[in-house]
Design a protein around this ligand. Sequence first.
Ligand code: SAH
Length: 203
Amino acid sequence: MKSHADWNDCYRDGNLPWDTGHPSSELQRVVGAHAIRPGRALDIGCGTGTNSIWLAQQGFDVVGIDVAPLAVERAKQKALAVDASARFVAGDVLALTDRDLRPHAGPFEFFFDRGCYHAVRRTEPNRYAAAVARQLARGARGLILAGNAREPHDPGPPVVSEQEIRAELGTHFEILDLHEFRFDEAPGVQVRFLGWSCLLERR
Ligand code: SAH
C-alpha cells in the first residue's frame, strides 16, 4: 500500500508503469458513445495529465488533481507545452476542499478516474464515493477505470470485484454501466490488464 510520499517517489524515480503517454482509449470511447458534453471536469489522480489535456482539447474545463506534487508539476509543464487549458492542483481526493480547488471550485459535471479509486479504496473503501460526490453537480457523470479481481497480476494494478464496486460506489452514485475492458498497454509492460469500466451518475 502506497503512502502519499511513496506516490511522489514513483514520479521522482520514473517508476510509472501506468503512464502510457497516450489518452485512455476507454475514456475516448465512453465520451463519444455516451455523448458526454464538454463541461467542468475533474481528473482524479491525474498523474502527468495526459487525460486531463485530452479532455481540455475536447472543450472540457478541466482540473486535474493528484496527491503527488511531482506529478502535478509534470502535468502543468505538459499542458503548457501544448497550450492546453487544463489546470492542476496537488491534493488528496479524500480531503478535497473548495480551497484546494479555488479558483476552479465545482460543482463539476464530469469526472474521470483511471487508477486512483482502485488504489485509495484499499485503505479507505468507504470514503471515496462521498468525497467525490461532494464536488459534483447532481446528475453529473463520471468514469472510473479500475483493476479487475477476476485477473489479478503482480506486478499489476490493484484489483476490485464487481460486488465491491457496487457496494462502495452505489451509495452515492447510480451505476449506469459496468463492463470489463482492457487497459491500454504501457511501455515495457506486455500484458493488457483486465479492468472495470464503470460509468456513474451522481444521485
Ligand atoms: N490517472 C493517471 C495516473 C494513474 S496512477 C494515469 O492514468 O496515468 C494513480 C494516481 O493516483 C497516481 O498519480 C497517484 O499519485 C494518485 N493518487 C493516489 N492516491 C491519491 C489520493 N489520495 N488523492 C489524489 N491522488 C492520488
